[in-house]
Design a binder for this molecule. Sequence first.
Ligand code: ARG
Length: 259
Amino acid sequence: MHSCVCLVALVALGAAGCAAQPRGRILGGQEANAHSYPYMASVQVNGTHVCGGTLVDERWVLSAAHCMDGVTSDDILQVLLGAHSLSKPEPSKQLHDVQSVVRHPGSGPDRIEDDIALLKLTQNVSLGPYVSPLPLQDEVRDLAPGTLCDVAGWGVVSHAGRRPDVLQKLTVPIMDRNTCNLRVHHDGAVTQNMICTESHRRDSCRGDSGGPLVCGDVVEGIVAWGSRVCGNRRRPGVYTSVSTYKDWIKNAMNDDLTG
Ligand code: ARG
């Protein structure tokens, strides 16, 4: 809470005080062109956005396992598709109930590994220009450092935790894993199943988790973890690498016997 809000009292400091506080924002982020990410999902618990997700086919949404931490069968779990604004009525919106969650067994509340989950919807979505799936990256190889990828989400846009109403997007460069694992960065915590992006003033943040990292025309990563103070260059953004989980994803979608 030590953001610009507190500085309001110190009017003498002027606007520069705020301008010098870029941390914690999805910096460099901007409002997405409405419906330019038709696979983008808002995962909602009891009517509130908690995480992002990616529509991967008519019935399934890919997200992060940690998005499901603390969610119980008493909660109403839904997925909003075709949205730009979370609050305004939009004819393109489809709100779907989640029938079942397949969480990666290697994930856990205190773990950063295997941060991937699949949400099965109760009904097929109706596909169209505003709601359409994004293919998974199925080639297992590291992207060249510097490759530009897009991340989108309704996660917080200020250090104070301000939530945007409309979808935000950001373009971020891939960071090489060895660099990311240097002591000054994530000190060896980043496994082969994770992808890093540079986080200098531009970063995903709280509420973006589960959403897609899109490189080219495929979902390459899932927003997973990073700096608690988003936008800290020393703590790159970390994404679950989708291609390394392609077999798990395919099996989860096929083995699902819940109907
Ligand atoms: N874990 C966070 C979430 O629940 C977002 C992680 C991304 N953080 C970052 N600094 N890139 O939404």
